[in-house]
Design a protein around this ligand. Structure first.
Ligand code: ADP
Ligand code: MG
Length: 385
């Protein structure tokens, strides 16, 4: 919680040469435990919100603009508040903030001129959702305490990212940033937009490992996967007109009829349908304290992403394959959109030190990079810091 103290306020005043006393808001990153790419297929996902968060200090200003500075990019951007409604994306980081502002205007909330200082602990492009943390922190900062239903807040962030930024994402990241809860994972139903909190066994640590690689095909492959899932739905709808999304397809039905789906969409669908089932199974296993089963589900999910959804990469497979050989590791899988970023690992508390040392040494020897390790403790969703 590096920035809850006065530090962000001092940085705000220096940056904007202002004597104002800003309010500080935060929204967390998240690590998804299982259910990858299932959100835009309206299935289940199972993330936890992280203590690592995006902080925004905000205060009114007299310059007629929404002005925002990112400490992490050391860049400033601004827009006249009267131009927010008609703003077009510029393909820069500030799109996340201005996209949220535009959605708030559309929802009938006036944006007053202000300065915003952004400082995030969530590493960018690592699959821990720095983007939703920035969107939701921006939304709560710009709302400034004005009432807004929580689920609408998550949807607003998602619209900003899919429509303004141009990334056709599902709802998981923004939802986790809003609804995160200390002490529990969130099992989210991406169709009803309801959730239940699931307490995780106390005798396991959740460790994210950052591969520090991000392969560039990420965004185009994401669009491809969205389209391939739609192709699978179209083929399955021929057999059962009630099918609107892959969420509507039971695993046993799919196994019976999969030959009628073209090869590539078939593999994509197999991942989505099986990973949605694995969310249900992981929640059950967590409630029973069945760490062996949780680990098995993690690895099955990873193999499904590796071979059927084809969104892993060499470095991530190396981290997973190395991790599961280390004693005390129950399971390991990639988390997030894919093509790099982080793995998430279930590790016995007494094995964490060895896990870090061994995995770090192996990765270093192979890729000359020292992975970053994050201890993932479930934290609260967005609000005042
Ligand atoms: P992820 O959400 O997995 O971290 P994304 O590609 O979805 O990866 O989002 C990362 C992008 O979000 C960054 O490239 C940047 O545009 C924006 N972003 C996130 N955090 C910040 C920040 N602290 N300052 C400026 N931009 C940020
Ligand atoms: Mg993101």
């Amino acid at each position: 919680m590096a920035f809850v103290s006065g530090e962000i306020v001092d940085r705000f005043r220096k940056q904007f040469q202002s004597a104002a006393t800003p309010l500080v808001y935060r929204a967390p990153g998240r690590v998804n435990l299982i259910g990858e790419h299932t959100d835009y297929n309206l299935g289940y996902v199972f993330p936890i919100a992280l203590e690592m968060a995006c902080y925004i200090a905000i205060a009114p200003a007299a310059h007629g603009k929404l002005r925002v500075y990112s400490r992490d990019f050391d860049k400033e951007a601004s827009i006249a508040v009267t131009d927010i409604a008609s703003a077009k994306p510029t393909k820069q980081w500030s799109d996340y903030v201005f996209g949220v502002a535009q959605e708030l205007v559309k929802a009938g909330f006036a944006i007053e001129p202000c300065d915003m200082f952004v400082a995030s602990e969530v590493p960018t492009g690592s699959g821990l959702s720095s983007s939703a943390a920035l969107e939701i922190a921006s939304a709560v900062a710009l709302l400034g305490g004005r009432a807004f239903p929580k689920v609408e807040l998550a949807k607003l962030g998602q619209r900003a990212e899919s429509q303004f930024v141009g990334m056709p994402c599902g709802i998981m990241d923004q939802y986790a940033a809003v609804f995160g809860h200390a002490g529990a994972a969130l099992k989210i139903d991406c169709r009803s937009l309801g959730h239940e909190y699931v307490e995780l066994p106390s005798n396991v640590r959740i460790i994210a490992v950052n591969s520090l690689v991000k392969h560039e095909l990420g965004t185009s492959a994401y669009r491809e996967r969205v389209a391939e899932c739609q192709q699978a739905v179209a083929a399955l709808k021929e057999l059962d007109p009630k099918i609107e999304s892959l969420r509507d397809v039971a695993l046993d039905f799919f196994e019976r009829v999969q030959d009628s789906v073209p090869m590539v969409p078939r593999r994509r669908a197999r991942h989505i349908i099986s990973d949605t089932q694995r969310v249900v199974d992981l929640a059950t296993a967590a409630r029973k304290n069945d760490l062996a089963e949780m680990g098995r589900l993690f690895v099955a999910s990873h193999r499904s992403m590796q071979y059927d959804y084809q969104i892993s990469c060499e470095e991530i497979d190396f981290l997973v394959d190395s991790a599961i050989k280390i004693p005390g590791v129950y399971g390991s899988r990639m988390t997030g959109g894919g093509f790099g970023g982080c793995t998430v690992n279930l590790v016995a508390p007494e094995a964490v030190d060895t896990f870090r040392q061994q995995l770090s040494a192996l990765y270093n020897a192979r890729y000359q990079k020292t992975p970053a390790f994050y201890d993932c403790l479930p934290a609260e969703g967005a609000g005042l810091a």
